[in-house]
Ligand binder design. Structure first.
Ligand SMILES: [Zn+2]
Length: 419
């Protein structure tokens, strides 16, 4: 069988593995609370709060969708015309067109162009966040964060580009197989390493100070059977007013992180509700599961890029002879951008199901639906999230159930236990 035949077979295998993993590991069997209950929850929220959140979201929307559209157009313009391959050539020219220069500098130049065209929309977003009092870092802080994130992406990108094109040169016929394995490894590695190496670039973390709340949280984790060595506090307040908490990392790098804003704004019972939700993620192994599906997806993407990318009409459009050349990188980026937009709603759906399970876990663990509901109200009020966003936007991009869904779920839980 030819490498192409093997690639097709591998892609089919990875596709089946992904579907099976998604079917088995994502909690599909939990329908959202009835719409009538959601509407009742919406009516109970203060009208001004809902109005302000909706104004804020409407102010963000044009820039958000325009950034997606412009990002897509530029990726297509670079990938499906010879423009991108010329940019790669240009970046490699000072080094005599050496493949390493083309691979790293050319690849980073293409990514940078794609980032720069959406920069005005990021600035617009920051101005809206500032106008509504959600951003606290000013333009200086915004620019520093931006440069930091460019630097982090450039380091990771350079390693990935060099690794990828080295494999392509060493195994011209089978690079897709090694590339798939490498991409999967990279996803796993990043999931393990990012919390430890990259999060401190953007935030400072300190262990939560001894207090009745901290003891309560540690006791909660122990009762839940989730090994949490510490609860960390992130100094998010220097950037945003938003309140949040999250769990990240695997095994020894796993930690629960709460924003300092959360501790300041919320009552201890509400903080407990949030941390119980995060413990749910840890208990249900949502990070390893996400890493596994992400690794399978990345491997499948490399094989699919090999197969689709060798389609002659695409190569002609991009002005390259083979998808394996560094000059074809813009074509790969265009395909990845399209795939990202196509799969976004699927990812969002899976994320919402996982988040709903963590909510159910929090309710069961704390047995305190009232605190859970008041936390949801507070999250929505402080973060200015639309408690009941437009359906199409929700389906395309919402990573969490809506506020009214979450409140309705808490009330359904309260009814169930009081019966
Ligand atoms: Zn969550």
């Amino acid at each position: 069988m030819s490498p192409r035949g093997w690639a097709l077979l591998t892609l089919a295998g990875l596709g089946v593995a992904l579907v099976v993993a998604a079917l088995v590991l994502i909690p599909w069997q939990r329908p959202p609370a009835p719409r009538a209950d959601q509407l009742a929850a919406l009516r109970d929220l203060p009208t001004e709060q809902v109005e302000r959140a909706r104004q804020f979201r409407s102010a963000l929307r044009p820039g958000g969708w325009a950034a997606l559209g412009v990002g897509l157009l530029v990726a297509l313009a670079l990938g499906l015309t010879p423009l991108g391959s010329r940019l790669v050539e240009l970046a490699g020219r000072p080094f005599g067109g050496h493949w390493i220069a083309q691979a790293i500098l050319g690849g980073l130049a293409v990514v940078l162009v794609a980032d720069l065209v959406t920069l005005p929309f990021s600035a617009w977003r920051h101005s809206v966040l500032t106008r509504y009092g959600l951003a606290t870092n000013g333009w200086g802080g915004w620019a520093v964060d931006l440069l930091k994130s460019y630097a982090v992406s450039a380091v990771i990108g350079a390693v990935a580009l060099l690794g990828f094109y080295t494999v392509v040169r060493l195994a011209p016929r089978w690079w897709w197989a090694f590339g798939a394995a490498g991409a999967a490894t990279l996803v796993a590695l990043l999931s393990f390493v990012l919390p430890v190496l990259v999060e401190p670039v953007f935030n400072r973390f300190r262990p939560m100070e001894p207090s009745p709340l901290r003891s309560q949280l540690m006791e909660l984790a122990e009762r839940d059977g989730v090994p949490v060595r510490d609860v960390l506090v992130a100094d998010a307040s220097r950037r945003t007013r938003a309140v949040n908490a999250y769990v990240s990392g695997l095994g020894p790098t796993r930690r629960v992180v709460v924003y300092d804003n959360l501790l300041r704004e919320a009552t201890p019972a509400e903080v407990t509700a949030v941390v119980a939700h995060e413990l749910g993620h840890a208990r249900d192994r949502d990070v390893p599961v996400g890493t596994l599906t992400g690794a399978l997806g990345a491997a499948a993407a490399v094989v699919a890029l090999y197969l689709i990318g060798s389609w002659p009409p695409l190569l002609r459009l991009a002005g390259v002879d083979s998808v394996a050349q560094p000059r074809a990188f813009p074509l790969l980026l265009a395909l990845v951008t399209v795939a990202g937009l196509v799969f976004a709603p699927v990812q969002a759906l899976m994320s919402r199901r996982v988040e709903a399970r963590a909510d159910a876990h929090a309710l069961a663990l704390t047995g305190d639906p009232a605190a859970f509901e008041s936390m949801q109200r507070r999250l929505s009020a402080v973060n200015l999230s639309d408690p009941d966003p437009p359906r199409w936007e929700y389906l395309y991009s919402a990573s969490h159930p809506s506020t009214v869904e979450r409140i309705a779920a808490a009330r359904a839980y309260a009814r169930k236990v009081s019966r």
